[in-house]
Ligand binder design. Structure first.
Ligand SMILES: [Zn+2]
Length: 288
């Protein structure tokens, strides 16, 4: 059986059809439309990915268990859009709509870097920070489907302003945009190039950035006690999982570091496809 998954991003909608193991069979992409045209686009993408029987959709923001987008910070006009109910009625198939980072976590758990783990946390360090939590062999959604918003853990009370309306959220200190802020405006790629070339200022910025990432990972470990933390998100992905600096900072930030097993830090393995693959497998999982 084949399944369709579509990841609705800030700029593009990326769709795949996959087999039951998450192997990608076909993929399409379109620019993300205004929220009022989203349902039409999703329906036409589903038809373009032929021969499938279920549809999973990953969307940034707060999504109810029934598939209604309550709020999506990066999509204009996205309030109370009944994506799940409308698509179910229009297409006559099983449709599941999930937070995009939760979908990506599910993808990495079922078909990527966290495969086989019973307890895992996925952290996506992008413009903001997204996440997903698997505990006891189950994806955690919470009472309303809003669990896993790890980027909005407060790490500094009255700290830097966040688009969510609060201050001091972790994503303001440990995301791609945070790195640019810490470096005084230099983009992430350049900071890492300068760091690898031995630049002292870049080394200081990277060390501070690593500390902020480590603080959040340590808190997540205190809460979830995962065996693996999968880290995704472009430039930061290569930094976060390859240099020893982050592991050192993480190790020293852990509670009772010397007396416990340390979670493995693993790079995400599905790349930009994680959200779409996860969305496809999520609905497959919930209908099987
Ligand atoms: Zn926030």
């Amino acid at each position: 059986m084949k399944h369709v998954g579509i990841d609705v991003g800030g700029t593009k909608c990326f769709g795949v059809s996959v087999d039951e193991y998450g192997t990608v069979l076909q993929e399409v992409r379109y620019p993300t439309p205004h929220a009022s045209e989203l349902i039409d686009l999703l329906a036409s993408m589903f038809h373009e990915l032929e021969g499938e029987t279920t549809l999973g959709v990953g969307v940034p923001g707060l999504i109810t268990a029934d598939g209604v987008i309550k709020a999506s910070p990066n999509m204009k006009g996205a309030h109370n859009i009944a994506v799940g109910p409308e698509l179910r009625e229009r297409l006559g198939i099983a449709v599941h709509v999930e937070n995009d980072a939760t979908s990506a976590a599910f993808g990495e758990w079922k078909a990527g870097a966290a495969m086989g783990a019973r307890d895992a946390v996925m952290v996506t360090l992008g413009t903001g920070i997204g996440g997903g939590i698997v505990m006891g062999g189950e994806l955690q959604r919470g009472a309303n489907g809003f669990a896993g918003e790890i980027g909005h853990m407060i790490v500094e009370r009255d700290g830097v302003e966040c688009p969510c309306g609060r201050r001091g959220c972790w994503e303001r200190y440990a995301s791609g945009s945070a790195l640019a802020r810490l470096s005084g405006g230099t983009d992430g790629m350049t900071v890492f190039e300068n760091f690898h070339a031995g630049d002292q200022d870049a080394a200081h910025v990277v060390a501070t950035f690593a500390e902020w990432i480590a603080e959040g990972l340590a808190s997540l470990t205190n809460i979830c006690d995962p065996e693996v933390i999968v880290i995704g998100g472009g430039v930061i992905e290569s930094f976060a999982t390859k240099i020893d600096l982050l592991r050192e900072k993480f190790s020293s930030a852990l509670y009772s570091s010397a007396m416990r097993p340390h979670p493995r830090l693993a790079p995400a393995s599905l790349g930009e496809r994680a959200g779409a693959i996860g969305a496809a497998l999520l609905v497959a999982d919930s209908t099987s």
